[in-house]
Design a protein around this ligand. Sequence first.
Ligand code: PDD
Length: 291
Amino acid sequence: MSIVFLDGDFIHKDEAKISPDDRGFLLADGVYEVTPFYSGVPFGLDRHMARLERGLAWMRIHYSLDGLEDIHNRLIRANDLQDAPTSYVYLQITRGAAPRTHYFPQEDVEPTVYAFARTWQRPSPERWARGFSAVTVPDRRWSRVDIKTICLLPNVLAFQDAIEAGADDAVLVRDGVAIEGAHMNFWGVFNGTVVTHPVTNNILPGITREIVLELAGQAGIALEERPIQVEELREADELFFTGTTGEVRPLTCLNGTVVGDGSVGPLTKTLSDLFHGKVQEIQKAAEESIA
Ligand code: PDD
């Protein structure tokens, strides 16, 4: 996993050099994407690239996405991850290197484009079936977290707070609403209805979230996109997260209190199975197109 992509070249990570003037380094002036691959097959790449394109346009970073699909696939192959059950490509695009100013560089600057590939580990079925814990933490992020910027300090601090509290993860709370996790979207089940926060500027519009919503809709599961109040959490039958490296992740303990009856709930299990079914479908289609 040592071959990375930097500004047009596939090189050893040891050889990768980024200017100390890079605006990503100095100002967090950039965006990123994390796209999952299953046995070397990309999952939702188009959706990830569409989200990236929206972020770049909003940031006014001018970069053509034309070669990106190829870069993703080449990174997986160059790092021998074709057969890895679960891996991802991380891609970051910053405004580039220029003398530090609080406004955009006056001259045209080439964006810095950096990408790497690595594996990630799905929890064992036994670990997953026990469920995970979280604590609520204030959401200290800015007002445009729908843009996937590399400015993740509040997410890092929230996750660290959760770890120091002995929990597996954090639920970010803003104005009494359980918004999302530090790196995943957040969901609840109330009287048989699956609920998640609507897409606004206060959440990252997760690709996993979008796919799970589609799958739940197709399966005829009752759905509602609305804010979940913190006071409601006590009444939740089930809670779970969704995200690229978390997939559908059950939450069985929140702030030291068991969720529902303390076991992974039936709708969480159904949505996780549907999600894994979708992954397998895409893998099969890719195998058939090669054969
Ligand atoms: N995190 N919410 C936040 C704040 C996130 O950072 C992420 C993704 C998600 C889930 O989005 P998706 O389903 O598209 O992965 C929700 C990535 C994986 C990360 O920062 O590593």
